[in-house]
Structures are given as structure tokens and as C-alpha cells.
Write a protein that binds this ligand. Sequence first.
Ligand code: SF4
Length: 477
Amino acid sequence: MPNDFEGPKEECGVFGVWAPEEDVAQLTFYGLFALQHRGQESAGIAVSNEQRIMVYKDMGLVSQVFNEATLRSLPGRLAIGHTRYSTTGASVWNNAQPTFRATQHGGLALAHNGNLTNTDELEDWLAELAPSEKVPRKKTMDSTNDTSLVTALMSSFGDLPLEDVALRVLPRLVGAFCLTFMTETTLYAARDPQGIRPLVLGRLSNGWVVASETAALDIVGASFVREVEPGEFLAIDERGLRTQRFAEPEPKGCIFEYVYLARPDTTIGGQNVHSTRVRIGRKLAEEFPVDADLVIPVPESGTPSAIGYAQGSGIPYGQGLVKNAYVGRTFIQPSQTIRQLGIRLKLNPLREVIEGKRLVVVDDSIVRGNTQRALVRMLREAGASQVHVRISSPPVQWPCFYGIDFATRAELIAPGLSVDEICTSIGADSLGYISIDGLTEATHIPADSLCRACFDGRYPVAIPPAQAKLLNLEVVK
Ligand code: SF4
């Protein structure tokens, strides 16, 4: 249940639509709504009526930023949108996306999901191309600066057409990036050669959609066409859809999307995320069986794997915890009294269901361990006779440089302790994490087409050299 308290955060969700006869701002609003889980700090939409681009963005959830009046004030024929999660705490309006710049050809609006790992090099290149540019040096893994940097680079080639500019800039970007960007007339999308983050193409009866997840196509009634290929650059306008390759594909999709990040109703790499999570649960039951009376999930993200664990073990599945669905992100700071309620603010145990039972509790990851410790205590207080914790991902050992914000390594519980020690620390009767091979098998994707670096420390794409040296990390290419 990491999203609720302490866990990994996806940095962003991106969306783009070209549909001259539709209300593109509203389609983008609904697309972002479906991608809300990928970023909850700010939301923004850029719309063009083919004469000029208008950008509206602000801090908050999609439904807090936009209302009918703001959407009505954004008429247009094409649009891009973005939901953002801050990685630094410096979650200020300036960091909200899409970014906008005036270029020699008109406006350029850009939205980015991912994290670039060669910004030093790109900043040097920008300094050569446009010495007067003042993009601040990147000091953190925050993507804000990446986005300004790419926008600045895209605007630094004089009067060269944007499509040609993109084909010069995109091959120089290293790291994870899914971009949607637009001029007054054309929607563009690009995905890094490793396809670390998902990006899909959909078709409306009278237009095109690109989005981080298939769930965002479903919500706007677009049919899934295909994934944007790793290393592919798309342009969509009156002339139709044009596709070019800016790099050879070397797929390394993020395995954590399957475990936790993506919505269960999304399909990535041909694999439905919910079904994958059920398979992970079955595998977990095979690897870590236990005598117990009831399997319960930590809702919502633990649910499919708990179903799989119950199927694999033959132990009945039940709902032992009720989630308070409306305690989501709020801008109201909780008082000390409310904060002390901790996990109870989000989850309430069903005493009648769990009393006297030997429970298997399935969750998707343990980051710092505080949540699981509170959870185990709460279940025992509610009468559980045993609490066996099963985790549908291997221990998170290493940082992510490709757009996911975990706790720092010092804050992670796994690197410092053995599984037995973690079990003792959270107060469970037993603890089992799925193996990395078991997890990989459950995704039905070959290991060499996945990034698993936060679990095994083997980074498939270059990371900043200083960080690699500091952490003694391995880059496999
Ligand atoms: S390091 Fe982990 S979270 Fe980051 S891209 Fe790789 S698998 Fe995903």
C-alpha cells in the first residue's frame, strides 16, 4: 500500500490528442483523470486552436485544477496534458507542466514523463547552441529541469522545422522519457529507445490519442492501436500520422509498472496488469506457502496478488481491511491528533472477518516498513491469531534513476536488514518476498527486455557517473 503512506511515486502521466472536431480540453481532462495515480501534485493542459497555444496549469488534483468554466475557456483542435508528482518537495507552480516556449515558428508546449540521466551533457550542448540560455543546473533527480532543458534544446535550432529539430535532439537524450509535445498545428510523441515507461497510441473516430496508459484511452473512448515503439517519434496533424525512428529499440520496460505503478486495467507490453498481478500472487503462494485460514489483501494495490495467492494456495480469500476511499491527497495538513491515527486513517480492520484467524496479508512492497509494522499491530489488536506477510515484489534495494521516486537508500528497510530481521522488525509471524525470477516469469516478458534495477542494481541505461561511483552501481549495456 505504499502509495498511501510512504512508497514509490510515479513522477508523471502524459496525454495528447489531435481531434479537430472534438472538445479536446475535455478529452484531455478525462485522460488525465485516468492517469491521476501517476502524479497528484499538479495538472496542466495546453490547447491549440491552430492559431495559438493556451496553457492552463496549477497545483492540485486534476479535478481541483479544472472545472467546467476553465475547460470551456480552452477551445481547440489539439491538446496535450500532464499530471505531475514532485520528487523534491519543491512542488511549486513553476514546476507544473506542460512547459511553453515561443520559438521562431510559433509556440512549443511540452510534457514529459521519466527522468533523463545525461543532463550535464545536455546542458553543455545547450550552452553551445544557445549561450544566452539560463537553464539552472540539475541538482536532483527531479524531472522539472529535464523538461525545461528539452524544451530549450528544441527551441535552439533557429528556423529549422520542429520535426527536423526533434530528430536531432531525441537521439541525444539518455534515460527514461515519454514526451508529448505540440505546436499550433501538430501533436508529437516520442518514447525512449528502451521504452522504460509506457506510452500508447489510440484512435478516435475522428482523431488520435497518445497516453501513458491504455486506461486513459478507454476513458475517452479511443481504441488501442499499439504501443508507441521504443525509439519512435510520431507526428499527427491534418496530413495524418507520420512515424519515424530516432534510435534502434532496445526494450527494457520497468518491471515495477506491473507490480505497483500502473493501473490494473492497463495493458503494457501485451500483458494486462491485473492478470499479471494475479499470476505474481500464484507464484508467491508457490514460493512461500503457509498454513493459514484466510488470505486478505492490503487494498487496493495488493488485491490482485492476494486473489492469486488464494488461488495458488487453496486458502479462502476475504476482505479483512476496508479502505477509506476518500482519504486521498488533501491539501489540508492533518493535525497531530489525526496524524497519530496513522494507518487507521486509511484502513479499518473488519474484526468479524479476522478474529481468531491465521491471516496471510498480501501487499505489493515494503519501503521503510512503518506501514507494515502498524498494519500487523492493528490486525493483531483486531483479533488475528497469526499474521503472515507476503510481498508481491522482491526487496527494493537500489534507487531508480528512470522516473520513480523511492525513499533514499538510507531510508529503505531492505538494504540494511535480512528478510528475517525485517520480519521481526514489522512483528509478523512470517514474511516472504517473491523472488526476482518468480516475478519476471509472472510478467511473461523476457528478463533481458525488462529493467529490474531497483531489485538487482543492474542498470540497463547509463546513469549519472557521480551517482554510479557513489553507490558502486553496475550499468549493463
Ligand atoms: S529501477 Fe525499478 S522502478 Fe526504476 S525503471 Fe527500473 S524497475 Fe522500474
